[in-house]
Design a protein around this ligand. Structure first.
Ligand SMILES: C[S@@+](CC[C@H](N)C(=O)[O-])C[C@H]1O[C@@H](n2cnc3c(N)ncnc32)[C@H](O)[C@@H]1O
Length: 263
């Protein structure tokens, strides 16, 4: 696996994985061009919406997406969770950076978790998150599923329709191909790290398996508790993670060490 070395010193580096603590834009700008095969990320929702006004929020999306586009090989896959409330702004930023050419089409996955919290009066209960997919996937769905990322995700919308409350069906792979609707449980209690927006290992593993070829390198500029790095390690990919929170970085390093990565 090629090196993931950059101009900065990572907080943690082992087995083709590097974790940088810092602002995503600043660290991305320090990385060489086209060193990654794909990006799988889960940017902060709300934080910037709260402190930046609308137009500047879009500016920030465009700024980090441009940097991700630069560090990923041309038209390499970028899979990113997208904020529900600013979905239109987010998608238009992604379209501005990447366009929608046949070699890098825009697609969308709906991740159904069906465990939404009680909403404020007048709001619908949130039961899904959108994952924007830009760029042709490097790995076929069959190959990605063959890597058996955990218990897998459920790619069949029709199966889901009859299985909304059946925990035995949610979370089981029921089709040989990956569709635009994936369902999993939220992160299981025993896997929780205390990071408030930790994503399920099974789901992120499937995204990494789809996006990055074996031994390729995936970047996550908002890596939180390190779920993408763990997925990469489990699947024999390299990874670069960035997070500005020292607490999140410590959680990520702890998880990697518990998984037997690094000293
Ligand atoms: C939605 S969470 C990612 C959760 C992650 N997918 C997981 O499974 O743990 C977003 C992360 O972005 C980090 N973050 C927020 N603003 C950032 C910035 N400007 N640069 C780098 N990281 C940032 C937060 O500290 C948070 O951990």
């Amino acid at each position: 696996m090629s090196s993931v070395a950059a101009a900065r010193t990572p907080l943690f580096e082992a087995a083709g994985l590097a974790l940088y603590r810092g602002d995503a834009l600043a660290v991305l700008r320090s990385l060489p061009t086209a060193i990654c095969d794909a990006c799988v990320t889960d940017p902060p929702y709300g934080e910037h919406a709260a402190s930046w006004d609308g137009p500047r929020c879009r500016e920030w999306y465009v700024a980090w997406m441009r940097e991700v586009d630069r560090v990923v090989v041309p038209n390499g896959p970028i899979l990113t969770f997208a904020p529900r409330r600013r979905f239109d702004v987010f998608m238009s930023a992604l379209r501005e950076v990447r366009g929608d050419p046949p070699e890098a089409p825009l697609q969308m996955i709906v991740w159904v978790h069906r465990q939404g919290f009680r909403p404020a009066p007048g709001y619908l209960r949130p039961e899904h998150e959108a994952i924007a997919v830009s760029g042709l996937l490097r790995v076929s769905a069959e190959d990605a599923l063959a890597e058996r990322p955990g218990r897998g995700a459920v790619p069949s919308a029709s199966r889901l329709a009859g299985a909304a409350d059946d925990p035995d069906v949610l979370g089981r792979t029921v089709a040989a191909t990956v569709g635009t609707v994936l369902a999993t449980h939220r992160t299981r209690r025993r896997d929780r790290t205390g990071h408030p927006t930790q994503k399920p290992d099974d789901l992120v593993r499937l995204l990494v398996a789809l996006a990055a070829p074996p031994e390729g390198i995936v970047i996550d500029p908002f890596c939180g508790s390190g779920t993408t790095l763990l997925a990469a390690a489990a699947l024999g990919r390299g990874a670069i993670g960035i997070d500005r929170s020292m607490r999140a970085c410590h959680i990520a390093v702890g998880r990697l060490r518990s998984a037997g990565v690094g000293p």
